[in-house]
Design a protein around this ligand. Sequence first.
Ligand code: ADP
Length: 590
Amino acid sequence: MSKKRLIKNNLTLWIFLLGVVLATSVVWQTTRWVYRDALATLVKVGGERVTLYTSTLREALSRYAYLPYVLSQNADVGILLKTSFNLELVNNYLQSLNYEAGSEALYVMNSVGETLAASNWQKPLSFVGKNYGFRPYFTDAKAGQKGQFFAIGVTTGQPGYFMSHPVWQDGQFLGAAVVKVDLTPLQDDWREGGETVLVSDANGVLFLASQNQWKYRTLTRLSEGQRNLILAGRQYGNQPLEQLPLETVESLAEGRRIVRYENTFYLMLSRPLADLNWQLHHVVPLAPVREQAQAVAAIGTVLSLLILALGLYARERRQKQISRRKAHQAEAVQEMNLRLQEEIAERSRTENVLRETQAELVQAGKLAALGHMAAGIVHELNQPISAIRTHAASGRLLLDRNDTGKVREILSSVTRMTKHMATITAQLKTFAHKTPKLEGEVVLQDCLDGALAMTAPLLTEFGVSVVKEIPDKPLILNGDLARVKQVLVNLIRNAVDAMHDCEQRQLQIHISVQNQDVDISLHDSGIGISAQDMEELFTPFFTTKGVGEGMGLGLSISYRIIADLGGTIRAQNLETGGAQFSVRLPLKKE
Ligand code: ADP
């Protein structure tokens, strides 16, 4: 796998992990928030319910609170307690009052706790004759206080709330008037409401409970002392008073906690009823809150996963698009490369063909040049050779006649002709050997004068006027007079040749100094050079002249000499007509 791809994969992994962490934290926070919010609502609603239950409980109790007092103030009750008279009267009174008030039972106890009269005097489980002196509500009354006590009835086995009031006469404790209130209807109301409402006493015993399984259980473990005290007061009959397996999971605030009971979580709200030394508890299942939070967590998780999956899908898609684009680009580049390679191959093929053609052309050109040269040489040498032959024949005849004078003349002529032949072959030598570097120095003006002197007959013959513009100061060049002169002679001859058929025949010669060089220009009024010829001017044996008129060596030899002198030569046509040859040569360094 390439390094780039590895980095990309790692990046995807990091983005994925980051997404997971982010999504988890968002889901976690949202779930927490939802849980807290739902719990707060539950606490608020629960608190309102607790207030309602507390007030209904207080109302249920206070409805009967006046009865013991009313009885304690009744004269007949006093007489009964003091004299044991009026029993039937008091019994009937208690029965009718109880009926009217709607309490469970009304009864009167004497100073030792024995029940003298009771509203249920006619019932099988009548309190009459029973002694309840052990009950705290009696001892409280005996102590001169109002008593109140919740207990399971010793006689009836029915739980109830007992309220007592002492009966005093002339500073003497005669007994107590008691009302028993049945709280079962209240419990039934709570149960019907589907709510779990509990009331615990000072020992933590749940004596009122809307659900039976909570009833007569304790919130905390009872100590031995507490248990004995309860037994002594026979408060809860034979109930085992076992501790509820209630575990506090979290305490939210005073009177608010989350508890676990039989593997179910509840919110438990407790409100003390200080004067009664009781506590009212409202137990609400926490399941809806937890379910709500769980639902949010589930939805959040699914959404996060969906977003994450979408994100990854989008990224994957983008990556695919990029790699597809890159593949296309690579394909295009490859195609272009192929095309280039094909083009290169085509070009090299063309080049080869060209080179071959060129070679052929060069070969053809060489052969043509050779033919041309051969014709020229033949023409140039033929004449002197045949002349020499004729001279030799004549010489032999003249020798026979002993005409030595004539023989001498013929020999001189032969010598001249061989010199001419030597000149021709000497010119060819320029191409045969590399000319040694020219040494020595020469004055340009002298060379020009020499050249003009040599060509003077020609110039005169064709009526060519020469216009010169030459600096007076002698211009010294490296090289020898003969060669520089030869170049100038060649150029002057060509100019004259070019002006043969022209009416105006003028040759302008300009010499000027440019920095360390000297410029020599020869401008004629001739026919000029055709564009085609211009390219071949300096090629050996290139000539436009007929056989015998020119060998095509003048310019090529001149080119060679100028190059040897470290200069340049070029030709051009002028707009005013005619050709101009410009030679640039370096001046000798002083
Ligand atoms: P040649 O004079 O023997 O032909 P050169 O090498 O001296 O050989 O010249 C080559 C050719 O250049 C000539 O045949 C001619 O066509 C052309 N040429 C040279 N000088 C001139 C000029 N001044 N004007 C026109 N054509 C020229």
